[in-house]
Unconditional design. Structure first.
Length: 267
């Protein structure tokens, strides 16, 4: 196989004055899509999130300007309106603007907000989906998000809102028993409060919990416990995914991401 053959493909045009919102995947640079790689090679400016690793940025056009626009809950971060305004301004200056976002742009990545701002400003854009950490990150931990022996439904939710607090719009009582598996993004800070609400709403206190930190990277760790003991978990590193439900039991045979494999920087 020769990657040089990719040069012969009929790539979509990344036109000056446009913005591509690209999902970078869950961590490993090798999980970037072909369209994402094409965008990195063609972009004049790369506006990237905090969760985008250096390994991916090394694949960018060497002449491209790199702009950090990371947002992390509870930490000083650029305002979302300012990020959207900058994307618009850069595009209007005639640049090919790549907005590189961890995971998938539309899975708790505020890609919908940024695309909406571009649409209202009349700036052409393209969405390039990425592998969400809620799927790919869990796969690297040996956790299938669905398995026909355990669940035919899954819920994805965020553990904090734009202020960094527990989301008030989430109906915890309704979701507690709505699906066997719940995958929570950005939930470590409020894990104790979430567990309390779910148990009060009828979730089994002994349900399995797995916390996957630094998913799909050589620094990946997995902490396993039960819902009633979630409050006792300490020193959990972020970014992290919290998985509630029986699927984490499959790690016993599916934990494939060994130390030997982690030596490959691409994943």
């Amino acid at each position: 196989m020769s990657f040089a053959s990719l040069d012969e493909l009929d790539w979509p045009q990344f036109a000056p004055g446009s913005v591509w919102l690209v999902g970078a995947g869950p961590g490993a640079p090798g999980l970037l899509s072909l369209l994402g790689y094409h965008a990195l090679q063609a972009a004049d400016v790369v506006v990237y999130d905090a969760l985008v690793g250096d390994g991916l940025l090394k694949l960018a056009n060497p002449a491209a300007e790199q702009v950090h626009a990371g947002k992390r809950g509870g930490k000083p971060s650029p305002k979302q309106a300012d990020i959207s305004f900058r994307l618009i301004a850069l595009a209007r200056s005639g640049k090919r603007v790549l907005r590189l976002k961890g995971g998938d742009p539309f899975m708790f990545g505020r890609g919908g907000e940024e695309a909406g701002a571009l649409a209202r400003a009349g700036v052409p854009f393209r969405i390039v989906p990425g592998i969400s950490s809620g799927l790919g990150g869990l796969a690297y931990a040996g956790i299938p998000v669905t398995h026909r022996d355990t669940n035919h439904a899954v819920i994805f939710l965020t553990g904090h809102d734009e202020t960094g607090e527990l989301p008030q719009s989430v109906d915890w009582a309704a979701i507690a028993t709505a699906a066997p598996v719940i995958v929570m993004f950005m939930a470590v800070k409020h894990l104790s409060a979430i567990a309390e609400r779910l148990i009060a709403a009828g979730r089994d206190p002994h349900d399995r919990v797995a916390v996957v930190s630094h998913a799909a990277t050589p620094a990946q760790t997995v902490t396993e416990s039960t819902l009633d003991l979630a409050a006792t978990l300490t020193n959990l590193e972020t970014p992290a995914l919290v998985v509630l439900g029986p699927v984490s039991r499959y790690r016993e045979v599916l934990d494939w991401y060994t130390p030997e494999l982690r030596s490959n920087a691409l994943g």
